[in-house]
Design a protein. Structure first.
Length: 135
């Protein structure tokens, strides 16, 4: 069966991404993907090339029935462990409180805030560095 997700996962694998899956009671309950090279798509308006020492976590989702079991932070933590010496990046919508909480549980710290405003097809993006070592 060729679903849109399956097609995306195939494309991720072709470009060298790694898929991480967490199981609960024998059922797949969470997925996260790690991008090792290429373009980091933060949102539809903001993209940037990954540096050689960076990994970008994307396409994360936990099944509704599996929430509250810390699968998300555990999976993020495993990606960090699997990439020693690399800067592991992740983005989240500021209004997604549950994802922000999971990201913080995994040990991530806010590094920068990206704000994009679109009016009549014109876009403005501002990047506020929170940590001094982000450039």
């Amino acid at each position: 069966r060729n679903t849109p997700n399956l097609q995306s996962f195939h494309e991720f694998l072709q470009r060298g991404d790694e898929g991480y899956y967490a199981y609960l009671d024998g059922k797949c309950a969470h997925r996260s993907w790690a991008l090792h090279n290429g373009v980091m798509d933060v949102d539809i308006f903001y993209h940037r090339q990954l540096k050689e020492n960076e990994v970008f976590i994307h396409w994360c989702e936990t099944a509704d029935w599996a929430r509250g079991h810390n699968l998300y932070p555990a999976t993020l933590g495993q990606i960090i462990v699997d990439n020693p010496g690399k800067r592991v990046c992740i983005s989240v919508n500021r209004n997604n409180v549950a994802s922000r909480r999971g990201i913080e549980k995994a040990g991530f710290e806010l590094q920068e805030k990206v704000t994009t405003t679109v009016v009549l097809g014109m876009k403005w993006t501002s990047i506020e560095n929170i940590a001094t070592n982000v450039y």
